[in-house]
Structure formats: structure tokens, C-alpha cells
Design a protein around this ligand. Structure first.
Ligand SMILES: [Mg+2]
Ligand SMILES: [Zn+2]
Length: 228
């Protein structure tokens, strides 16, 4: 609310609600940072279907170079992953802890911390009843992005979602993020529509980082009258 509106709102009798309008909590005035949301399988690590063996986890080409740049530019890096293998009974949900530790370890060796690791264990056609449910967290739905944004105070509008299939793009768009599709051959169905249209298409995470940094640096507001 603009200051003028706040002053207008308190022109009546002073109540605690009016005072909150004039003096909002400090936390609500701090700008929320944007984040980079990343799909895991086929985007951050090589896609080995339903693999939870930490020894078979390999980062994709360009992942280290791209994520180093994004981390150094100040973006929190957050994984958003569908793990229907849990619902299908292929592996226990606890096995994902080893996967997470391995991914975090590989990135930390290159000085890249992860700010979050979110996954959906559900699938409506799963074989384990407790996981075989429709949910809001399985991509293309945006539930995990919304949860991460809520928990970590992320500005979704200024954030990016990078994935290798159009379900990732759809989830990112539904959450209000800008989206990048890695065109690495993993999307095979190409059911394109406006809600699944990527903002950018690149070959790997290194190129994704270049696009993000070029665009976000360009959008830094300039001050009228001050030579750039
Ligand atoms: Mg993927
Ligand atoms: Zn889910």
C-alpha cells in the first residue's frame, strides 16, 4: 500500500489496525529474493529412471559451470522433483535421503550449496495406497514451488524454473515463474499450449545461466537522469 493510502487509512481514529498500516512489520518491507528452481532428473543429474543408488548419480554436462555462476550471483538453488517411484513401490521414500545427500555432496565439492530439496512421492496410479493419490505437489501442478516460496520467502515472479520436459514448464508458469526448457531430447510428447510454452530453450544448465544472468542484469532499474 502506498504511503498516501496509508495516511488516508489512518485519518480516522487511531486503532492498532491503522497503526499497522502506517508501520507495517519490517519483514514485509524487505524485498523477497528470486530463486532458481531446478528439476532433478534429466536437468541437474543424468536421467536414470527410478534410480536411487547414490553411486550412479552423475551431474549433467554444464551443471557445475552454470550453477556456480547462478550461486555467485546470489540466487538460492532449489530442487523440485517428481518421485513417483515411491508411489509405484519401486523404492522407499527413505531412499531419497541418500539421493539428496549425494546430490548435495556433488554440488558442495564445487562450492555450490542447495537451498532446498523438495519432492512429490505421489502418483494417482501408484501401487501403495498412502501415496496413490491425486495431489497438488506433482508437476505439472505448482504445489512444491508454492510451498518452497512460502517457506523460504521467495519472490516467484522474479524466479526461474529450469526443467527438461514441458511438465516442468507448466509447473513453473502456473507458479508465476519464468521458465527455461533444456532441449536435451528428454521431452518426447511436445503437447504444446500457452501454459506449457517455455520462455527460453537452451541446451544445458550452463547456457541457462547465461540467459538468466543476461536478462536479469538487463532488468536492473535505471535511475532517471543518472548517466549509466
Ligand atoms: Mg526431468
Ligand atoms: Zn504430490
Amino acid at each position: 500500500m502506498a504511503l498516501g493510502d496509508r495516511l488516508l487509512a489512518i485519518s480516522g481514529s487511531p486503532t492498532s489496525q491503522n497503526l499497522t498500516l502506517l508501520f507495517p512489520p519490517l519483514s514485509s518491507l524487505l524485498p523477497m529474493p528470486p530463486a532458481i528452481f531446478l528439476d532433478k532428473d534429466g536437468t541437474l543429474i543424468e536421467d536414470v529412471p527410478y534410480n536411487v543408488d547414490p553411486d550412479r548419480i552423475r551431474l549433467t554436462a554444464g551443471a557445475i559451470a552454470g550453477l556456480q555462476q547462478l550461486h555467485q550471483a546470489g540466487y538460492p538453488l532449489i530442487i523440485i522433483s517428481n518421485q513417483a517411484g515411491v508411489a509405484r513401490g519401486y523404492f522407499a521414500e527413505a531412499a531419497l535421503l541418500g539421493v539428496q545427500q549425494r546430490v548435495r555432496g556433488l554440488l558442495m565439492e564445487a562450492g555450490i550449496p542447495l537451498a532446498g530439496f523438495y519432492y512429490c512421492p505421489h502418483h494417482p496410479a501408484g501401487s501403495l495406497p498412502q501415496y496413490a493419490i491425486p495431489c497438488d505437489c506433482r508437476k505439472p501442478r505448482p504445489g512444491l514451488l508454492l510451498q518452497a516460496a512460502r517457506e523460504q520467502a521467495i519472490d516467484l515472479q522474479r524466479s526461474w524454473f529450469i526443467g527438461d520436459i514441458l511438465h516442468d514448464v507448466e509447473a513453473g508458469r502456473a507458479a508465476g515463474c519464468r521458465t527455461i526448457l533444456l532441449d536435451n531430447g528428454n521431452e518426447t510428447e511436445w503437447e504444446l499450449s500457452y501454459r506449457r510454452l517455455p520462455h527460453h530453450v537452451v541446451k544445458d544448465l550452463s547456457e541457462a545461466a547465461e540467459v538468466i544472468l543476461a536478462i536479469d542484469r538487463r532488468s536492473i532499474p535505471t535511475i532517471p537522469g543518472v548517466p549509466q
